[in-house]
Design a protein around this ligand. Structure first.
Ligand code: GDP
Ligand code: ZN
Length: 308
């Protein structure tokens, strides 16, 4: 595993910004501590001449994304397109619920603005506002609206997620091409110099269990972007499974419900375990656009939980 050295010990400053090829300490493997891309690690047994070392420990992760597997992600970009394909409210809701459930800040972005008229853009802006979101609109193709997004990503580690065809790969390429890496920044320089190990790779492997059927192992790398941040070179899932969202947690992932609960402070729903299905004393009304999606997802989670 390649490890980027952010600082060097006193007297070794000439190695600042160096990279090391590291093995993972056997003990860590034994206790199944996986080292993820984006992890902050303690490196020992460093051989500066050979640029080798050993990962001794993995520091606690602030956040963790499963697909693609990246640790310490600061922000998600939820990417959809206004046309080809058009946004589907149910899919949009699934992605929003999943993003909300990670606890990682995210920005909702609509791509391909040049394919639609101003009315359509206004329509989606208003509709998203009523859901509790304030999206960005841009066109990767026309290179319009990208700078607002770039500013937002400065200094952060970002992962792009969204359904297929909306322009995730295109956006990754645009953000990396638009980069204006400071020459003085040793880490960026280093990553650039070593860009050969930063390309996307997809490796088909044969499943060990069945011995047949290919599944794809995804190798993710972090690309440097303008302003000192990193971007995962592999976009995330096509359909979030929502397996980590609980029945009780689901309500928390809807800004509309959060708002209704906040407006009724301090008197919340009568029952502490209210899931807002019209229970007695429930303060969550059913007169909002996404209530049917909330109910559908609640059913899905109930069924899943009943099998657990
Ligand atoms: P992904 O599946 O989300 O990674 O999407 P891709 O990046 O592969 O893009 C899917 C298709 O959308 C490609 O044909 C892109 O050229 C096209 N595309 C990406 N961005 C734009 C855009 O801003 N406008 C238009 N019209 N097409 C775009
Ligand atoms: Zn309630």
């Amino acid at each position: 595993m390649r490890v980027i050295v952010g600082s060097a010990p006193p007297g070794r400053e000439q190695h600042l910004g160096g990279d090391l090829l590291c093995v993972v300490r056997a003990l860590l493997k034994k206790i199944r501590r996986r080292v993820l891309v984006g992890d902050r690690v303690l490196v020992g047994a460093v051989d500066w001449a050979d640029r080798r070392g050993m990962i001794e420990d993995v520091f606690e992760r602030r956040t963790e994304v499963a697909d693609p597997p990246v640790a310490n992600v600061d922000r998600l970009i939820l990417l959809f397109s206004l046309d080809q394909p058009q946004p589907e409210p149910a899919t949009l809701t699934r992605f929003l619920v999943d993003a909300e459930s990670t606890g990682i800040p995210f920005v909702l972005v609509f791509n391909k603005v040049e394919l639609v008229d101003d009315q359509t853009i206004a329509y989606w802006r208003d509709r998203m506002k009523s859901w509790g979101y304030d999206p960005l609109f841009l066109s990767v193709d026309q290179k319009s609206g990208l700078s607002a997004l770039e500013e937002m990503l400065e200094g952060q580690t970002t992962v792009i997620v969204g359904p297929s065809g909306v322009g995730k790969s295109s956006l990754i390429n645009a953000l990396r091409r638009n980069q204006n890496i400071s020459e003085e920044d040793p880490i960026h320089k280093l990553v650039e110099q070593n860009s050969k190990w930063f390309g996307e790779q997809r490796v088909g492997t044969v499943s060990k269990k069945s011995g047949k059927g290919k599944h794809t192992t995804r190798h993710v790398s972090l690309l440097p972007i303008a302003g000192g941040g990193f971007l995962a070179d592999t976009p995330g899932f096509n359909q979030p499974s929502l397996t980590k969202v609980t029945k009780k947690g689901l309500a928390e992932t809807f800004p509309e419900i959060r708002k209704m609960l906040a407006e009724n402070e301090p008197s919340k729903c009568l029952f502490n375990n209210c899931v807002h299905l019209g229970e007695r004393g429930c303060v969550v009304k059913g007169d909002w656009e996404r209530y049917p999606y909330y109910l559908q997802l609640l059913d899905e989670i109930k069924i899943r939980e009943s099998f657990q």
